[in-house]
Write a protein that binds this ligand. Structure first.
Ligand code: 5GP
Length: 190
């Protein structure tokens, strides 16, 4: 998506540890017209998929998922990071290691919000090593729902997450794939 790539080049900054900071338009301050175009693009890509629910994870995925959901006309459900898990059988649970915080979270989703009839699109802001997406995919599989695919705003293609998921046959659609980045240069996959 050209508009997104131009914005990353203009306003993104590279931090130590292979972290791209895009907090002036995506992760802290949010540029709604841009995110609206992102939502439209996900709908264009998944126009033929019978999506019934968009799944994301708190916090950064929620705003993007909500704007996209208006084009799909379906609810958004977001997985929550929990400090402790109460295993009462009403929740799907999984563990996710945070790329940016280097912590392992228990992640929960109430069973009543995802069922075998659902066709799920997973949306998230970044894809790096794939821990977040793997956790969400795990939840979809436990629920018996059909995973239609994933929609990612920025994939760091030099980390292995995206390619590993594609090798498993999972549909991964990323609006910008970064092949390399340094303090002074950033290249996208064509
Ligand atoms: P993964 O689980 O694929 O390793 O990392 C994905 C998650 O880590 C995303 O949900 C995102 O919040 C965060 N993340 C990974 N890499 C970056 C990055 O370069 N910049 C920012 N802002 N977040 C990132």
């Amino acid at each position: 998506m050209e508009l997104l790539k131009e914005r990353i080049l203009k306003d993104g900054t590279v931090k130590p540890g292979n972290v791209l900071k895009v907090d002036s338009f995506l992760n802290h301050q949010m540029d709604i017209p841009l995110i609206n175009e992102i939502g439209k693009e996900f709908k264009r890509i998944y126009a033929d998929a019978p999506i019934t629910k968009i799944l994301t994870i708190e916090a950064s995925g929620i705003g993007i998922a909500c704007i996209a959901a208006q084009y799909f006309n379906v609810p958004v459900v977001f997985a929550k990071k929990a400090k402790s898990v109460n295993l009462d059988g009403e929740m799907y649970t999984t563990k996710i290691e945070s790329f940016t915080h280097k912590k392992v979270y228990d992640v929960i989703l109430a069973k009543k919000f995802l069922s075998p009839e659902d066709h799920v699109l997973i949306i998230d802001d970044f894809l790096a090593n794939g821990c977040a997406l793997n956790g969400l995919i795990d939840i979809v599989h436990h629920s018996g729902a059909t995973l239609e695919g994933t929609g990612i705003v920025i994939e760091k293609g030099f980390q292995r997450g995206g390619d590993m998921l594609r090798e498993r046959g999972i549909r991964v659609e990323s609006l910008a794939i970064i092949d390399s980045m340094t303090d002074t240069s950033l290249t996208f996959r064509e």
